[in-house]
Design a protein around this ligand. Structure first.
Ligand code: BGC
Length: 718
């Protein structure tokens, strides 16, 4: 008779208990630390397979190692490179987030990975954050909704997702040492909700501890975060894995909630959870029960992805369907920031010549960025996408325009600008593809001279400022002076300063890092095959000092401590409450059509079991001439709260796709949590009796409908 743990019809807990009972002490220890960069070892006598982890958030990384970060040089580890996570957040499309997760999960499964290390759900605290591209923006509600769906998509494919980096990892500067200090209310209201949603709603099977310290203690050894909140309050039953080299002491790792140690400096048997742990048990310093609990969590993750059951899901790599999904997400993510006189979309039949300008029109980005780097199966650049779309009908030229650091014999900036201006001056339209790079300057081998220290969107370093590097501001000003029909396409994970040219340029489109189908998606937006519907998941400030952490000089910390002085007022919460005018507000994004909002109705939800509950209904109509999608956003504002609150907060949204003239009733449920704040004195969420305003709009600064609502009594929830 086969043992219980090999019987797929048995409940997972029974299988875990049975297998745990068969393991020797040494075998158990082998399951709580890595034996290569991305694996834990097989235990053949029990049929336990080698377990593979893989980055990352927007595609399955190439295989590296086994003992270094060097590529293995395989030919079968190309992936579908999806747009980065901040772009996914910009779609505001929860169904799409699920499909996105399905693509990555399916590719991870095909590649034999048990754990796909993503999504990153840290809140964007500063626009300088080097890993903002790997995260889901500045708002906890938006980040939660996208994360839950992405996770469920990944895990539907028989692969464990891994929400990271828990918690307070909101900057790259000093990330290995900095201690993040923030008040309890801010922790609960801003920085934890996406993790909590990942666990409680998403059912995420693993969580990665962050590198930084939280209130003085390393996150991977942080009893409060891991044992108290994650496992205690939220009831997380899955696996807590360290960030790679994020473990620091045996006792802290053993006792404070870490279940698996990865990436520590070699040798493997000297990892904190290897021989030092084993010897500690033998000396009686640590109870075996602590090890058993860690092993149980590791095994639970393995059983949950069917690691002992065959054949299971097959997965697939680089299918047409995956590629189509990469393109769809890219197109839905792009944010139209400006479109004066409807210069976009361009009419492909009327345009005879296009001057494409800017290094980012030809730069491939997917293979850069740090641990999120991908070996894309292919990557369609902006220039290629444009040529494919209109090449047969129009003359397309390319000028580099600026250089991110070419070797000495490259033309200087003036020469590059002069030739771009010449091309622009004789073309029907100029398209400047500008922005940042998904890299640190040191990753760009060719970068020399002053640009060498320029930092962009990449792991391990934050940006230094919000300026466009490499003389791009001057390039844009010169090009638009030569041709007023100039469109600027920005490739970036977020805000850049535009003050010196924005009022001269008729159209600006934010493309993000759009993945391997980015060029095709871009062309479809530029030439009107697709209608832009992305909305900003983060505020674009006019200047860095307008954004909260910088206004308060609360970044990057002093003497190893980073105090989040702005508290709850992150992103639009700050701009709204302090009445600071942003360059582009949170939730903003234009369309080629227009939308009308009407008929706001708020009804008590009598079906709700407990606490206040409302059903908010309103109508959105496509009042323009082409099909399009609108994300209707619902914000709640508390009038006269007993504790200070941000001016308003996002508590619901829905994206609707409408034909011209079509209208749809949108219904958004609001429960107690939509009105609640965290009261540290009670250690609970309080939805206070009193008056509130429900605001419905097209962005955080374009509220179209408002209605008061009253809560009769206060409710308190843990
Ligand atoms: C990053 C993680 C990543 C890990 C493994 C670390 O440096 O912070 O996000 O998953 O490396 O590559």
């Amino acid at each position: 008779m086969s043992p219980i743990y090999l019987d797929p019809s048995q409940p997972i807990e029974e299988r875990v208990a049975d297998l745990l009972g068969r393991l020797t002490l040494e075998e158990k220890i082998s399951l709580v630390h890595g034996d290569s960069k991305f694996t834990t070892p097989a235990i053949p006598r029990l049929g336990i397979p080698e377990r593979w982890f893989s980055d990352g958030p927007h595609g399955v990384r190439e295989d590296t190692g086994p003992h270094t970060w060097t590529s293995m040089g395989r030919t079968d580890d190309f992936c579908t490179a999806m747009p980065v996570l901040i772009a996914l957040a910009a779609t505001w499309d929860t169904d799409l987030a699920r499909s996105y997760g399905e693509v990555i999960g399916s590719e991870a499964r095909k590649r034999g990975k048990q754990v796909l290390i993503g999504p990153g759900v840290n809140i964007q605290r500063t626009p300088l954050g080097g890993r903002n591209f790997e995260y889901l923006g500045e708002d906890p509600w938006l980040a939660s909704r996208i994360a839950v769906n992405d996770i469920q998509g990944i895990q539907s494919q028989g692969v464990a997702a891994c929400a990271k980096h828990f918690a307070g990892n909101n900057q790259e500067q000093d990330r290995m040492t900095v201690s993040v200090e923030l008040d309890e209310r801010t922790l609960r209201e801003i920085y934890l909700p996406a993790f909590k949603a990942a666990v409680v709603e998403g059912g995420v099977l693993s969580v990665m501890g962050a590198y930084n310290r939280f209130r003085g203690v390393y996150c991977c050894e942080n009893d409060y975060l891991l044992n108290h909140i994650l496992k205690g309050e939220w009831g997380f039953q899955g696996l807590v894995v360290s960030d790679w080299d994020g473990a620091h002491h045996t006792e802290g790792c053993v006792l404070h909630g870490l279940d698996l140690e990865m990436g520590t400096e070699l040798p493997y048997d000297q990892f904190y959870l290897a021989t030092p742990f084993l010897e500690g048990i033998r000396r009686g310093e640590f109870p075996v029960a602590v090890l058993d609990e860690k092993v149980r969590r590791n095994l639970r993750q393995m059983f949950a992805v069917g690691a002992f059951d065959s054949p299971g899901l097959a997965g697939a790599i680089n299918t047409r369907q995956h590629q189509a999904m990469a393109r769809k997400v890219a197109a839905e993510a792009m944010v139209l920031l400006k479109n004066e006189d409807q210069i976009l979309p361009l009419d492909p039949h009327a345009i005879k010549s296009v001057a494409v300008i800017g290094e980012n029109a030809v730069r491939r980005q997917c293979h850069l960025g740090g641990s999120a780097r991908l070996k894309a199966f292919y990557e369609v650049t902006a220039l290629e996408g444009i040529v494919r779309r209109i090449g047969p009908m129009a003359n397309v030229t390319f000028s580099q325009g600026y250089s991110s650091g070419s070797p000495g014999d490259a033309p200087d900036a003036d020469t590059l600008i002069a030739s771009a201006v010449r091309a622009a001056g004789t073309a029907d339209v100029a398209i400047v593809v500008a922005g940042l790079n998904l890299a640190r300057a040191v990753d760009l081998a060719a970068v020399t001279g002053p640009n060498r220290n320029a930092l962009f969107d990449a792991e391990e370093a934050d940006r230094k400022d919000l300026k466009l590097p490499f003389g791009q501001d001057e390039l844009i000003r010169s090009v638009v002076a030569a041709n007023p029909r100039t469109i600027v396409v920005l490739v970036s994970a977020g805000a850049v300063e535009m003050g010196s040219w924005l009022d001269r340029v008729p159209a600006v489109l934010l493309a993000w890092y759009a993945g391997m189908e980015g060029g095709n998606a871009l062309a479809s937006i530029l030439f009107g095959d697709a209608n832009p519907s992305g909305k900003l998941p983060c505020t674009f400030p006019k200047k860095l000092s307008d954004s909260p952490a910088h206004a308060l000089a609360a970044y990057p910390g002093n003497d190893g401590i980073e105090t989040y002085a702005e508290g709850l007022l992150v992103g639009y919460r700050w701009f709204d409450t302090k009445e600071v005018e942003p360059l582009f507000p949170f939730g903003y994004g234009l369309s080629y059509t227009s939308f009308a909002y009407s008929d706001l109705r708020i009804a008590p939800d009598i079906a709700a079991a407990a606490g206040p509950a409302f059903s908010v209904e309103f109508t959105v109509a496509n009042s323009g001439a082409c099909p399009g999608a609108e994300t209707a956003q619902l914000y709640v504002r508390a009038l006269r709260p007993s504790m200070p609150r941000p001016f308003k907060e996002l508590k619901g949204f829905q994206k609707v796709f409408l034909q011209p003239g079509e209208k749809r009733t949108v219904s958004i449920p609001l429960k107690a949590e939509a009105f609640s704040f965290y009261d540290p004195a009670r250690g609970a969420w309080v939805a206070e009796a009193g008056d509130y305003v429900i605001m419905v709009g097209s962005s955080s600064r374009d509220i179209r409908l408002e209605s008061p609502v009253h809560l009769d009594r206060t409710t308190v929830e843990d």
